[in-house]
Design a protein around this ligand. Structure first.
Ligand SMILES: NC(=O)C1=CN([C@@H]2O[C@H](COP(=O)(O)OP(=O)(O)OC[C@H]3O[C@@H](n4cnc5c(N)ncnc54)[C@H](OP(=O)(O)O)[C@@H]3O)[C@@H](O)[C@H]2O)C=CC1
Ligand SMILES: O=C(CO)COP(=O)(O)O
Length: 351
């Protein structure tokens, strides 16, 4: 029986999972990048920056020492966003328990790690940094799970995916609770692609959703069309990259997460799409590279902005014509106006 774990990254989702686990009587040590946030969790038992208004159990403690958070823990969960996860992994290499392979590592980041190299899925990139025995042993945690609802006990389904069934079961047992229903999967490729590319589709959805407020040419029917076509693009890319189970795409990891990310008011990628139309947010950036370099300056993190660059390259490499991914790529590169890109995608001439 696990009695203490480490969570690396004290953002909204890391904190929500910490609360679920701590309420089961398991002690949680969270590593926070930010000293002030760390002090708040320890003194007032609240993460005011990322999960305001949620009282945290007292068996959650926070530290700015990654050694303290990760050493001597049978399980650690990496909860830093995809943009920063590699920094966290590099820091973990100094932790004896991690170096000796004594810990099971779960990862919740959805997206691609920013890089100019050939696109790689998150687990593959992380495996390249960790000692060899972690290969095929990492666990990828996904599913439709906005932190705000997980933290307040909203009933939620998650997928625990690993090539090593012992490890996926270990994480499943750790996270399962009255409000969290966790399922195991072997399809690490299908689950990761679904998690990364749904953020791209959600940006497109946000763009359509904002145009819907201004024009009767776009309605709920149009949005459902986008959702269905988006799922097809996720499936095409997933199959080309080696997804092993078609059911992944119709599961909570696929259509479930796509749906919540596009429709929920909590969705940050959807919000980014809306801000492109309603607040001309792209005017603040010179070009796509400038957007990616400054993404962490936005008040919320739309990981789909990074993911679209990788998905676009992967689609090209595999000879796939993926129109929504191309449309989002063109919008973020300001190849023409977002409205014109949407018209081109829908093959219509006016709104
Ligand atoms: N939010 C959600 O509902 C869900 C999120 N996820 C995934 O979980 C991951 C984390 O998302 P979320 O919790 O929402 O993130 P948040 O946007 O809430 O938090 C940002 C996080 O980034 C960390 N951070 C900021 N700058 C740096 C840096 N330079 N180096 C290292 N860490 C930094 C912060 O650390 P600190 O607190 O220490 O300052 C904090 O943990 C994402 O990949 C997301 O896709 C998955 C399911 C649901
Ligand atoms: O992955 C998520 C919910 O499952 C969160 O999506 P956003 O990053 O768009 O908020």
């Amino acid at each position: 029986m696990v009695n203490k774990i480490g969570i690396i990254g004290a953002g909204a989702f890391g904190t929500a999972l910490a609360k679920i686990v701590a309420e089961k009587g398991i002690d949680v040590t969270m590593w926070s990048f930010d000293k002030e946030g760390c002090d708040q969790i320890n003194s007032v038992h609240e993460n005011k920056k990322f999960l305001p208004g949620i009282k945290l159990p007292e068996n959650i403690t926070a530290t700015t020492s990654i050694l303290e958070a990760a050493n001597d823990k049978e399980i650690i969960i990496l909860a830093s966003p995809s943009l920063f996860i590699l920094d966290s992994v590099k820091k973990l290499l100094d932790v004896p328990f991690v170096k000796e392979g004594k810990t099971t590592i779960g990862i919740v980041a959805k997206g691609f790690i920013p890089s100019k190299d050939e696109p790689k899925l998150i687990l593959e990139t992380i495996e390249n940094y960790l000692p060899g025995f972690y290969r095929d042993n990492l666990v990828y945690i996904s599913g439709p799970s906005h932190a705000e609802e997980v933290a307040t006990g909203g009933f939620t389904g998650l997928i625990s995916a690993s090539k090593n069934p012992k490890n996926s079961i270990k994480i499943r047992e750790l996270l399962s609770s009255d409000s969290l229903n966790v399922f195991s999967s072997f399809d690490v490729v299908g689950v990761q692609i679904s998690a990364a590319v749904k953020n791209v589709i959600a940006i497109a959805f946000g763009v359509l959703d904002a145009i819907k407020e201004r024009s009767s040419a776009i309605g709920d029917n149009t949005e459902s069309l986008l959702l269905a076509a988006g799922l097809n693009e996720i499936m095409s890319l997933g199959k080309s990259l080696g997804a092993t189970h078609a059911e992944t795409f119709t599961s909570i990891a696929g259509v479930g997460d796509l749906d919540v990310t596009c429709r929920s008011i909590h969705g940050r990628n959807r919000r980014f799409g809306r801000d492109i139309i309603l607040n001309n947010i792209l005017d603040n950036f010179k070009d796509y590279d400038d957007l990616i370099d400054n993404l962490d300056k936005l008040p919320y993190l739309p990981e789909g902005a990074v993911a679209v660059g990788h998905a676009y390259k992967l689609a090209k490499k595999h000879g796939l014509k993926l129109d929504i991914i191309n449309t989002v790529w063109n919008i973020l590169n300001k190849n023409s106006t977002p409205e014109d890109e949407v018209k081109k995608y829908l093959k219509i001439t006016k709104f």
